[in-house]
Design a protein around this ligand. Sequence first.
Ligand code: ADP
Ligand code: MG
Length: 322
Amino acid sequence: SDIQNKIAAGEVVERPSSIVKEIVENSLDAKASVIEVFIKNSGMDSIKVVDNGLGIDYDDRKLLFERHATSKLGKAYDLFEIRSLGFRGEALASIGAVSKVTVESMSENSTAFKLNYSAGHYEEDTVWQERQGTIIEISDLFYNTPARYKYVKNLRTEAGKIIDIMQRMALNNPSVSIRLVFDDKERFKTPGNGSLKEVIHILYGMQVSTNTVAVSGDSPDYKVSGYIVKPEITRSNRNYINLSINQRHIRNFKLSQAIIDAYHTLQAKDKYPLVFLNITMDPKLLDVNVHPSKVEVKLSKERELLELVENTVRRALLDLNL
Ligand code: ADP
Ligand code: MG
């Protein structure tokens, strides 16, 4: 029902930045190699994402806004082996409940389409672009909820969150060219050539990128790789630790603490490291189903991973001091 949709929307798409995250994750799931994101008025007026991914089949177009309609789960047990970012089929249903959405898409062997969706109603458009991929535009965010007022008052905070989310997406997907445009002004554009170091350079500048050191390590169940930035180029808060598991941005207090501990044995305790680490593991050992935002994760064999991460970072820091 409409009320159910609005309640669920509160969890998955509680703010403009979480809508951006869900939409861009869909483009990544669709294996896009180029993703462009256009934000108007911190997302409140419009969020438009253009990708060159697999596209949406014509026959699926009206399922997009159905709750629990996802093309990403074959069988129930796939839930324990998730490789795509989305899997609940909830995002578009929730977004469609609190905003106006236009979807334009074409998949490889199917007809292109364009439709406008608002308050449960579809309207097919006869004008569409014939190119493989998808263009989704979300406008008038939260037009039918009290949340609208709340975000209009905090546009700057919201813009900051969108930038943060987009930067993490870029860092976790160096093989995808990601472009972010705010009110016609380009914020960044990554080349999509697979180089994490180049993404770091584009997002954090020359001084940081020339002071990064590649690190890697493995244990029976985990592999860790990425870059750490030399202790002298540290930042003053713990948000600069970028962690991902199987290319998915995650937050995990204990993992961040393990990295901070490794740094703090070597330098002043009021500064935090700038670190970019991706952990690779069997998706079976990971439970991403813990929170609707899919950011908090539970880990099996946590001890093993904490030791691996701390040792990998500590070893790299010790090597630097030689
Ligand atoms: P989920 O990602 O959990 O499957 P969503 O509500 O985010 O659910 O999206 C619903 C469905 O819409 C997806 O399963 C996918 O089939 C389709 N879809 C959405 N965005 C795109 C896109 N950019 N490219 C291709 N398919 C898409
Ligand atoms: Mg999704």
